[in-house]
Design a protein around this ligand. Structure first.
Ligand code: FES
Length: 159
């Protein structure tokens, strides 16, 4: 069995617990994203085939829910909170600084594939505003100096 056939067989085994109907689309997409980090077109096509649903329905679900990513993320994911508390305390400047230093817009990944920049509505730690989460770690009351350090630390950590 070649590598691709083995991969498809593994997938069938993992997906066996999901019924083959459109109700499985969301859990299947979640499963794929957990494994691959994002949803490729081929992944969406496989989910459509398995769930016996049109590919347009699968794309519709994948684009409707913000939890799904349709592009390969960078090595590090920067989530800038733009919720009310963070907005009041300067989230806009924080976001602009990340955009400037990374050279990308929200939702984009740097050309070297190291950073993905995202915006979130609330990280659940409003007393730390303006807050940023990088790879699951929260950074409080961020300003330009701290942002430069966060990025340089990430680069030192093997990127
Ligand atoms: S609004 Fe930013 S953490 Fe809640």
């Amino acid at each position: 069995m070649d590598e691709r056939s083995q991969g498809v067989a593994d997938l069938d085994a993992r997906w066996a617990r999901f019924p083959r109907d459109p109700e499985s689309i969301i859990p299947l997409l979640q499963e794929v994203q957990e494994t691959s980090g994002y949803l490729s077109e081929a992944d969406c096509a496989r989910v459509a085939e398995y769930a016996k649903a049109p590919i347009s329905t699968v794309f519709g679900v994948a684009t409707f829910y913000s939890q799904f990513r349709l592009r390969r993320p960078g090595l590090h994911t920067v989530r800038v909170c733009e919720g009310t508390a963070c907005h009041v305390l300067g989230a806009n400047d924080v976001m602009e600084t990340f955009k400037e230093l990374l050279g990308v817009d929200v939702g984009e990944t740097t050309a070297d594939g190291v950073f993905t920049l995202e915006s979130v509505r609330c990280l659940g730690c409003c007393s730390l505003a303006p807050a940023v989460m990088v790879d699951g770690k929260t950074h409080a009351r961020v300003g330009r100096k701290q942002i430069e350090k966060i990025l340089s630390d990430c680069r030192k950590d093997g990127a």
